[in-house]
Design a protein around this ligand. Structure first.
Ligand code: SF4
Length: 323
């Protein structure tokens, strides 16, 4: 995939380290093989590849760099001489990426990289000895500071089904939010947005659900800029909490209550049994969700139809098959 900064695609836009996207941009002119989960995500988003080291003019092939210093103050220096410092340029490139692709709704970083690593990047002493693995890459850290709402993960962490599900959920949510902001944020639209996310938030973090409810109750009474900034910060933070089988089951039982008047009790009991099997870890989330969707397809409910919880991302990603 070439580095591509063009726009005009309706799919959500995801950033990715260029080497993971198949470009031979590593210091040794190699690519890095994406795992199956990076490939799966790449098929569902419009991917934009960026290489910070190439972006600041380091060229390829190039001398490798690593992180040197104390835990709270590291610099990206060339491995061989420690006399060339790339820290400030790599950090500044994060701002450039957000300028080039303001529509980004997530970013897949590169495990272990002194520029693009999400966490546990190796740190070295002045004498070149490895002293710890406790850093975030310089570019990755700056990207997180420049847009604290932007969901970040690296290819290694995406092997974890729960982290993967949370990352993709947050990416689609951020895309949805950015689309709303482009449309024009009004108190009424904020209330509608929250209404669609209620059950998803409930599944991830009940305290956030309550905070958002109180915030939205103030829509129209407080300045929209401050209110909406607080709203989206709380929402994105709330969605970083992992939904559990227990919290998902709680939401599923809530939703099944909407079928009370339309579905015979024997069928509702079968649904409740499935939800309970899911809660006990006997079947994956997709099983009771599919049954719920089936019932709501036969008995449409406008409020439930709009709930993001029912389909937070395309089924092709198969994220609910493993959680
Ligand atoms: S890890 Fe980042 S800086 Fe290194 S080659 Fe990949 S995209 Fe470029």
């Amino acid at each position: 995939m070439p580095d591509d900064n063009s726009s005009a695609n309706p799919r959500p836009v995801m950033g990715i380290g260029s080497c993971l996207a198949g470009n031979a941009v590593r210091y040794n002119a190699q690519t890095k093989s994406p795992n199956q989960y990076v490939r799966g995500i790449s098929e569902n988003f419009e991917m934009r590849a960026f290489c910070p080291e190439m972006g600041i003019g380091m060229g390829v092939p190039r001398p490798p760099i690593h992180l040197v210093g104390s835990e709270s103050s590291v610099r990206a220096l060339d491995v061989d001489t420690h006399s060339n410092d790339f820290t400030d340029k790599l950090a500044a490139y994060a701002g450039k990426v957000l300028e080039l692709a303001p529509e980004l709704c997530g970013y897949i970083l590169v495990k272990g990289s002194p520029s693009c690593g999400y966490e546990r990047v190796k740190r070295f002493a002045d004498n070149g000895h490895s002293v710890a693995s406790d850093q975030r890459g310089i570019f990755a850290a700056a990207l997180g500071r420049a847009d604290p709402l932007l969901p970040l993960e690296d290819d290694g962490r995406l092997n974890d089904p729960g982290l993967r599900e949370s990352f993709v959920t947050r990416a689609y949510t951020y895309h949805d939010w950015k689309t709303l902001c482009i449309t024009g944020l009004t108190p009424h639209r904020l209330v509608e947005f929250y209404s669609r996310y209620k059950y998803l938030v409930m599944a991830h973090h009940m305290p956030t659900y309550k905070i958002l409810g109180r915030l939205v109750a103030d829509a129209g009474k407080q300045p929209m800029d401050a209110l909406s900034a607080r709203f989206i910060a709380e929402l994105m933070a709330g969605l970083t909490h992992r939904a559990t089988r227990r919290s998902h089951s709680n939401v599923l039982f809530h939703l099944s209550g909407y079928l009370k008047r339309t579905v015979p009790s024997a069928e509702r009991q079968r649904l409740r049994d499935l939800i309970d099997q899911y809660r006990q870890g006997l079947v994956p989330l997709i099983v009771p969700i599919t049954m719920l969707r089936h019932h709501f397809a036969n008995n449409p409910n406008a409020y439930i139809d709009q709930q993001v919880f029912m389909a937070p991302y395309p089924d092709e990603l198969q994220l609910r098959n493993l959680v």
